[in-house]
Ligand binder design. Structure first.
Ligand code: BMA
Length: 327
């Protein structure tokens, strides 16, 4: 068991002449929609360093369009072998913990001694499911963090002031046309409280790409200047929702305080594989690898609810960009 960042870091330099703060991998998408026999689509998925390579939890919608999560492994973060069968979470039989009606949009993060998985869990509507694994073979399910309706649960990689922290976005039963990011705190990963508001959508006149709803993306990355949070923002266009990616810098000690927040988007649906698919015009980040020795970032994001893409950035350049282009 290990969370050592000793794999080959997935990386490609930005194109010559470009000064974009975030740039796409030239060989995107890295995971096609049919990477396993049962899949209709594989997207909005999470990866982490594992055993000298990488492991992940992947959202695979099947050909009945049931949403579930599968484990996967990679030597280099780019070439993935995804289990054909969904993860079967073990539950404590005495608690009466329900079967999930569906699972989607997983995030994975190493906290203290294990990998926590957190996802949108179907329980009389969407809410925040929580589980953990040591080896990506056996998975354990814990109690849901919240009542329905809620989505985009994202766990911090360490306790802050002695408490686990989770971001979430309270929602409704459907394709929620609203949404703010909140933070909740827990001593035991079971009972969550001390809820604080973090961020609202931005005014249309200032930053329309994030004016309808927002939701946390990958687990926040700790930097000297604060928690770097990648998130998605949604614009309602005359042709439907458009999902783009931005970033914020949250206070290290009081992460409900937003220090800076990008006014322009960092990535928006512009390539064919982001604009065309089961749900057009979606980039949806759920994971970010950070190579501390070089400051490199590798962002995994769902494209058009169909395939998985990879994008790159550098932590210092990204922070500089957010500060210079803050709302
Ligand atoms: C959100 C979630 C995501 C999805 C996005 C675009 O509400 O359901 O899983 O990628 O919509 O369809």
């Amino acid at each position: 068991m290990s969370n050592k960042e000793n794999g080959v870091f997935p990386w490609e330099e930005r194109e010559e002449g470009s000064n974009a703060p975030v740039w796409r991998f030239s060989k995107n998408p890295i995971i096609p929609r049919d990477a396993i026999p049962s899949s209709n689509s594989i997207f909005n998925s999470a990866v982490v360093p594992f055993n000298g390579g990488y492991a992940g939890v992947f959202r695979c919608d099947d050909k009945c369009r049931r949403m579930n999560v599968h484990a996967g492994f990679s030597p280099d973060g780019m070439n993935w072998k995804i289990d054909h069968k969904p993860i079967q979470f073990l539950k404590d039989e005495h608690t009466g913990l329900h079967e999930s009606e569906y699972k989607y949009d997983p995030r994975v993060v190493w906290v203290e001694d294990r990998y926590y998985v957190i996802w949108c869990n179907g329980y009389h509507g969407p809410t925040i499911g929580v589980g953990y694994t040591f080896d990506f073979r056996t998975f354990y399910q814990l109690e849901n963090a919240f009542l329905p309706y809620n989505r985009n649960g994202v766990l911090f990689p360490r306790k802050v002031n002695g408490k686990y922290l989770v971001l979430s976005r309270p929602s409704d039963t459907g394709h929620t046309p609203f949404g703010d990011i909140f933070i909740s705190q827990s001593l035991d990963m079971k009972y969550w409280g001390e809820h604080r508001h973090v961020m609202s959508p931005a005014p249309f006149e200032d930053s329309a790409w994030q004016c309808m709803k927002i939701g946390a993306g990958p687990a926040p990355i700790e930097t000297e200047e604060g928690w770097l949070l990648l998130y998605h923002g949604v614009l309602r266009s005359c042709n439907g929702y458009v999902y783009s990616m931005g970033a914020a810098l949250l206070d290290l000690e009081e992460p409900w305080k937003v220090r800076y927040r990008s006014q322009p988007y960092l990535l928006s649906p512009q390539m064919d594989y982001e604009c065309v698919g089961d749900v057009p015009n979606v980039v949806f980040p759920c994971a970010c690898l950070h190579d501390r020795s070089t400051g490199r970032l590798a962002v995994y994001y769902g494209c058009a609810d169909s395939v998985t893409g990879l994008a790159f950035s550098r932590v210092d350049e990204l922070i500089k960009f957010i500060k210079e282009n803050s709302l």
